[in-house]
Ligand binder design. Sequence first.
Ligand code: DGL
Length: 242
Amino acid sequence: MNIGVIDSGIGGLTVVKELTKLNVNIIYYGDNLNVPYGNKTEEEIYYLSKKMIDYLINKNVNLIIVACNTISSIINKYFTNYKVPIISIIDPVINYIKTNNINNTGLLATKFTINSNIYQKMLKEKLVYSEISPNLATIIDNNYNDKDIDNIIKKHLDNLTKHNIDYLILGCTHYYLVFDKFLKNNNKLKYINPSLEVVNYIKDKLISTSNPSLKIYTTGSINTYKSILSKLDINNYKLIKK
Ligand code: DGL
């Protein structure tokens, strides 16, 4: 079984990390050249993500996980009639929150995700406060220094915790790559990681193999991938520059 995974950049590797525990074939596409998607228009996001989805379908994937909250905000509008299932990263989070009857939730996400109102519409009063981060994903994708990332996270957490929240949805897959900094700045909040939830949501449908492979296509820098993959302790992969 071949699982396609797409993101605007390296954020979707947090989904790949969870998938590697299940022994499946993974084909990843990260469009780092065009990161951040979160500050683009709906039309731009549609065309860029369609390109990745079509590319992976030509590589014979059996399903595609949209490892990006920003793209997931539009998939119900544009990507329902495809020959393979295209899985949103947002639906599993909603399912998790509702099933566990979680309230007092905050959301940190890109401008597009928050302005799409998708989380707000589905969570209603369970979502107490949403905050846009216009630049955190870009800074993580471009490997800025730790101090900058830490300062931005601290500022967001200060704002978020002024509201009555017990849980925080890390509503952009890039954020979990710097989860240590969220924890360092606030270890009392309960964090919800959509990358984990999406894999939990579909894992019963996945068929494992004795010889799993990971192929990564990127429009960005091979070296950035090498360093993040090593940080995630993912060692066997083939990296291809698009
Ligand atoms: N990783 C993407 C997400 O989950 C967004 C990053 C971007 O703005 O490109 O929303």
